[in-house]
Design a protein around this ligand. Sequence first.
Ligand SMILES: O=C(CCc1ccccc1NC(=O)c1cccc(C(F)(F)F)c1)NO
Ligand SMILES: [Zn+2]
Length: 380
Amino acid sequence: MKMSQEAKKTKLYSSRVVYVCDLLLFKECDKIPNICGRAILVHNLIRAYDLLSHMHLIPSEPASEDILLSFHSRNYIEFLQKVEESSDLENHEEDLLEFGLAYDCPLVEGIYKFVQSIAGASITCAQVLVDGLARIAINWCGGWHHAQRDEAEGFCYVNDIVLAIHKLREKFSRILYIDFDLHHGNGVENAFSFSPHVMTLSLHKYEPGFYPGSGGLSDVGLGQGRYYTVNVPLKEGVRDDNYFTIFQSIANKVWSTFCPNAVVVQCGADCINGDPACGFNLTPRGIGRCIENVLAWNVPTLFLGGGGYNLPNTARCWTYLTSIILGLQITSSIPDSNLDFMCYSPDFELDIVRGNRSDLNTAEDMKHLTETICSEYHHT
Ligand SMILES: O=C(CCc1ccccc1NC(=O)c1cccc(C(F)(F)F)c1)NO
Ligand SMILES: [Zn+2]
């Protein structure tokens, strides 16, 4: 049967990798606490390694009010619009607190435009996958997994991930969300805990008093969504081998039982050795092996950023992951054409080696986690 022009175009794109390249978005991203300058640092390193020429660069469209309301409450969105216009913030004190706009989510300048921009980038990527214009999309300015429907939380002002998954649901019936960030992806899990169409899989540090505190082994989803929430609570110091082994076991079980037709991956880099969060002892190679597993599934996949407070290391990590996604080998010596070359001193190497701190996860811990999680499927 003769291929139509349109089908040929889509066929052509379906092997493509789309990358959100938008200087306005990078500027908005700088407003997020503690990661000022990170977005452009990541972009500059990806460019210095000449990876941009292998991707289809797209600008980001700000999210409309309607799209934001597909997850967030009208109260929250209207408050953001109101507070952006008003100059006298004094008598909004208690409202600010009610919507989480305090402490780790201080009010940022032009907050509504900021939220439209941050959410819009991930939704733009989801739209590209829905339209079949590419099989893979990357937005390193996304991944804000703590935001709840009616409040900001944990540096997350809008849940771009939930909004992107909601957009993907227009075309895909079973979506797997994978969260590699050091912290539990509570906002995304909460949004879909009752849904059998979205499976959320989060690997994170889990110990008394560690933020956000949710994501225990017994947290398996609710109602129709029971057993469509998977949590892998880990102790501190986990290393690449333990992490990859348990991810591979669970991911392959999830693949064969849930059969996702689209995947969203949050690649928060605060799980990497050297991050001030100082939780895990992973290297980008460890996460790289996990996403190679995901790439082998060959279904539409959206890659997002997230945490990552050692800015040069986060740039190293996401540049390395971009090369894995593209299937390209890149040199470990940072190109001296890079604008921020001095940030990568003293080694000027892309590789991040693991630390010597011990992995508190014993072989028994890992065996127990794997058996408990992989045996869950006998119920369904
Ligand atoms: O990374 C996060 C947010 C973590 C968070 C939530 C609520 C309150 C504080 C934090 N911040 C940190 O855990 C943290 C860890 C290391 C370094 C920093 C930094 F931003 F101050 F550098 C912050 N989620 O994936
Ligand atoms: Zn985090």
